[in-house]
Design a protein around this ligand. Structure first.
Ligand code: FAD
Ligand code: NAD
Length: 465
């Protein structure tokens, strides 16, 4: 007889959702997490709620309001004589949101009768988890199934060790003043989102990206449009930049790098290292691959029966919604259901302004796979709703199979792309054709009409373009 049906290690969006679903399905469940907040109190929600998705979006929203008032309010006839930003209020708002949401998970645990344990967990034998509490005391618990959801931590590079003025994403979310000159290594989602936050508030931002292409994983036309827009907003993005040294001294950071023009020097007040994240398997004692991820099959089952790994720690897309869906799938499979993950239709979003969102394949991927396709495209400049909002940048692109018309990918750069993409994900989950979207009535005036028009354009019958 074991102590629990399921023990979940980690209470990020993978682990806490898995625990709740297990409990809903009638399993006795415990969830152990080691996270301590700045007040040294256990805090649920993992990277996502404490130092990831939520705090970054809080700062993106605050900084967007400030930027809007500075640059765009006048076009609406709104005048503001003396605009200023109080960083401590902005940061306090962020902290309050984190507190409300992390405490909300604790309430959900209580409501679902999940045992919440604080401490560091490790596998200590068959069906056994040893937990070292923060006061050093140990206990060993047993479970029929163990779900590892231990997440990830910021990747480090030896050339730019974290120090006072060289920070990772966690440090960059906590700046208590606006750096005048801000350098960022890496132009992935973190570099672009945090770069946008501080640029909108007044930092001169320079992003050094090793790859020669901007946002190489996105649709090329969308990436080019986004790159132009960011440049207009004042972010300097240097592609093909090879950082060779960083020196932190006299309250500034000197960065030596090489690009196609040769040796360069950049001097900044703060440097953010945003070069990806690495799996967090320290302490856990489970076999990992050469990159540190826990190998799993398509149902997140590890090589050891009864032990599963979900979320950032198992490789694949490092996204909160992917972690949560895996959590639900694993819980349901443990309960004997046949749940599956649809890895081909995970939405990706980059929360710059306007937003980038996509699902499915890009043209470049389809070319590599020798799949014949057709494309429909609609620019937001032709959308009445976007025009009314004064937000006309960007476009919707729909890629459909040339023969069957099945939607293979949808790529959006524009206002509310993060919300608009949900329609595309649903359409793809239902294996819809572009014609299905084209024949669906979209309310007027809405931004979603841009999706309708792009679907019409797949067969060359766009109305407003
Ligand atoms: P995590 O959220 O990392 O949680 C893992 C938990 O496990 C942690 O609480 C940790 O304390 C605990 N843990 C680890 N080891 C042990 C142990 N041995 N014992 C006990 N507990 C342990 N994704 C999005 O989808 N959208 C976004 O907008 C987005 N924005 C982001 C912004 C930033 C700045 C960052 C850094 C990330 C962002 N992400 C975003 C990525 C997202 O945060 C992760 O993909 C997601 O949190 C992964 O969830 P997880 O449950 O796998 O792991
Ligand atoms: P990333 O892998 O998305 O981007 C890192 C970038 O750094 C890449 O473009 C890479 O080429 C570049 N790079 C790596 N080493 C470099 C070097 N030495 N010099 C210059 N450039 C270098 O990683 P990230 O932006 O740190 O984000 C980490 C994870 O968090 C990602 O997997 C991302 O999906 C997730 N995340 C998601 C969101 C979102 O969904 N909106 C937001 C933030 C983070």
């Amino acid at each position: 007889m074991t102590d629990y049906n399921v023990i979940v290690i980690g209470a990020g969006p993978g682990g806490y959702v898995a625990a709740i679903r297990c409990a809903q399905l009638g399993m006795t469940t415990a969830c152990v997490d080691k996270w301590l907040n700045s007040a040294n109190k256990p805090s649920l929600g993992g990277t996502c709620l404490n130092v990831g998705c939520i705090p970054s979006k809080a700062l993106l929203d605050s900084s967007h309001h400030y930027y809007f008032m500075q640059k765009h309010a006048a076009a609406h006839g709104i005048k503001c004589e003396s605009l200023n930003i109080d960083i401590s209020t902005m940061q306090a708002r962020k902290a309050k949101i984190i507190k409300i949401l992390t405490q909300g998970i604790a309430s959900l645990f209580k409501k679902n009768k999940i045992t919440q344990l604080a401490g560091i967990a490790r596998l200590s034998g068959e069906k056994q988890v040893e937990i070292t509490a923060h006061d050093g005391s140990k206990q060993t618990l047993t479970a029929d199934n163990i779900i590892i959801a231990s997440g990830s931590v910021p990747a480090k590079i030896p050339i730019a060790p974290i120090a006072d003025n060289i920070v990772d994403s966690t440090g960059a979310l906590a700046f208590d003043s606006i750096p005048k000159r801000l350098g960022i290594i890496g132009s992935g989602a973190i570099g672009l989102e945090l770069g946008s936050v501080w640029s909108r508030l007044g930092s001169q931002v320079t992003i050094l990206e090793a790859l020669p292409e901007f946002l190489a994983i996105a649709d090329r036309k969308i990436a080019a449009a986004a790159q132009r827009e960011l440049k207009k907003q004042g972010l300097k993005i240097i592609l093909g930049a090879n950082v060779t040294a960083t020196t932190a001294a006299n309250n500034e950071v000197t960065i030596n790098y090489k690009d196609k023009k040769g040796e360069q020097i950049l001097i900044v007040d703060k440097l953010i290292v945003a070069v990806g994240r690495q799996p967090n398997t320290r302490n856990i004692r489970i076999p990992v691959n050469k990159h540190g991820f826990i190998p799993v099959d398509k149902h997140c089952q590890t090589a050891i029966p009864g032990i599963y790994a979900i979320g950032d720690v198992n490789g694949g897309a490092m996204l909160a919604h992917k972690a949560s869906e895996e959590g639900m799938m694993v819980a349901e499979r443990i309960a004997g259901q046949n749940s599956e993950m649809f890895y081909d239709i995970i939405p990706y979003i980059v929360y710059i302004w306007p937003e980038i969102a996509w699902v499915g394949k890009t043209e470049e991927q389809l070319k590599t796979e020798s799949v014949e396709y057709k494309v429909g495209q609609f620019p937001f400049i032709a959308s009445g709703r976007a025009r009314a909002a004064n937000e006309t940048s960007g476009m919707v692109r729909i890629i459909a199979d040339a023969k069957t018309d099945k939607i293979l990918g949808v790529h959006i750069f524009g206002i509310s792309a993060s919300e608009l993409i949900a329609e595309a994900v649903t359409a793809m989950a239902l294996e819809s054709s572009a014609e299905d979207l084209a024949r669906t009535i979209h309310a007027h005036p809405t931004l979603s009409e841009a999706i309708h028009e792009a679907a019409l354009d797949v067969e060359g019958r766009m109305i407003h373009g």
